[in-house]
Design a protein around this ligand. Structure first.
Ligand code: MG
Ligand code: ZN
Length: 200
């Protein structure tokens, strides 16, 4: 099996509506269309990789364990929608604010490309053939710095909610014309991987 493309997803503002430091099911509002996008990416043999800055950990709003449990819950919701998140990379740091060990300049916090490059090493990804979807310029900058072939900023026109859904549909259209690989069966049912990029 050669290198595979990935669909890199920012989390807040792409998977869930960004209500600020979301880390509990009750505050989670999934963006319309996200399950369809991930399902199509699965079908087209793209590894679906979440890359998310989580300064809420540095700030002490929630612990790494709480974040990991929450992401396991989120992964389960995707499974209920016949969609699969293959991996989650998160940056728990903040350069200026935070608790011991978390307050530091790091190479994983977007716009730095560290999380994407770690995923590329871990999962043998073809970055030039990959797609990144984010809602902020820092997401796009990280993707471009890593050499991701297509970086899409959703909601860039300032439209929340419905506007983002329309943008996600455009990414589905890009994926839909790509051929599914012959190795998809290897991926079905793979367990979610949760990684802190900077420690690897
Ligand atoms: Mg975001
Ligand atoms: Zn970091």
């Amino acid at each position: 099996m050669g290198p595979q493309p990935a669909l890199f997803l920012d989390r807040d503002g792409v998977i869930n509506v960004d209500h600020g430091y979301v880390c509990t099911p009750d505050r989670t509002e999934f963006v319309d269309g996200i399950f369809d996008l991930v399902r199509v990416a699965n079908q087209r043999s793209h590894r679906v990789v979440v890359v998310t800055n989580q300064a809420g950990i540095a700030r002490g709003y929630y612990s790494e364990n709480e974040f990991r449990r929450y992401m396991e819950w989120m992964s389960g919701v995707f499974e209920e929608h016949q969609a699969r998140l293959d991996a989650v990379y998160y940056c728990p740091h903040h350069p200026a604010t935070g608790q011991t060990g978390y307050k530091r300049a790091c190479t994983c916090r977007k716009p730095a490309p560290g999380m994407i490059l770690a995923a590329q090493r871990d999962l043998a990804l073809d970055l030039a053939a990959s797609i990144l979807v984010g809602d902020k310029p820092s997401d796009i900058a990280a993707g471009q710095a890593a050499g991701v072939g297509l970086c899409v900023q959703v909601g860039a026109d300032g439209a929340m909610g419905h506007g983002i859904t329309e943008d996600l549909r455009a990414v589905v259209d890009v994926l839909a014309v790509r051929q599914a690989g012959d190795h998809q069966s290897d991926l079905v049912g793979s367990d979610i991987i949760i990684n802190t990029a900077s420690t690897r």
